[in-house]
Design a protein around this ligand. Structure first.
Ligand code: SF4
Ligand code: SF4
Length: 188
């Protein structure tokens, strides 16, 4: 049900201002993106056309709180198929950016743990030059499953460690400073 009193007609402009979101207003609701989407094929709850439609209608709260936003695998199939050059993959990224910003300022709560993992991953690459699997996975498990839940993964972690697939300390890599510099360049 659409609650007209809650619609935000400026939402589409807000998305269009984000990098990649520029062409959202061109969408004419043809469904081409959704028909080819591999995620929709395995989870019918994910529907990029619907998300874009809702965004254009101004259903800001509903779109930003939509957990399925985080399912997009950035495979770019929809991007290739869109007759209107909407760049759906990047539109999803633009909406996620707005959702993350709103969550950071405490205005909304994100139900999906993917952004938490993404942020831990990015922080780890920024700090170490490459992701530190043990720290990222351990922190993620602790935050999402609690101590008891996280301990349940300890045997698997031990197996990975024994096979050399999990390092207790961050990896030593060359070019760590260059990677830091790349982050500084792209972070405005
Ligand atoms: S394929 Fe493009 S025009 Fe068609 S519904 Fe998807 S985004 Fe809109
Ligand atoms: S980029 Fe995302 S929305 Fe587009 S087809 Fe791939 S998974 Fe679906």
């Amino acid at each position: 049900m659409i609650k007209t009193g809650e619609l935000d007609p400026n939402f589409k402009y807000e998305i269009a201002k984000e990098p990649g979101g520029e062409n959202i207003k061109r969408c004419f609701n043809c469904t081409g993106c959704t028909v080819g989407c591999p995620i929709t094929e395995i989870d019918s709850g994910y529907n990029p056309r619907k998300i874009i439609r809702k965004a254009l209608l101004g259903m800001r709260n509903e779109v930003l709180a939509d957990e399925s936003l985080w399912l997009c695998a950035s495979c770019y199939i929809c991007y290739e198929r869109c007759p209107q050059d909407v760049k759906i993959t990047e539109v999803m990224g633009a909406i996620r950016t707005i959702a993350q910003r709103e969550a950071k300022s405490g205005k909304i709560k994100l139900g999906n743990p993917k952004p938490l993992f993404d942020n831990l991953f990015i922080d780890s690459v920024k700090k170490n030059g490459r992701w530190h699997e043990a720290k990222v996975s351990g922190t993620f498990m602790l935050k999402t499953k609690g101590l008891k839940g996280a301990l349940g993964y300890a045997p698997m972690g031990m197996e990975l460690f024994k096979k050399g697939k999990l390092s207790i300390l961050p990896h030593k890599i060359k070019g760590k400073e260059e990677i830091k510099r790349i982050f500084e360049e792209v972070e405005i």
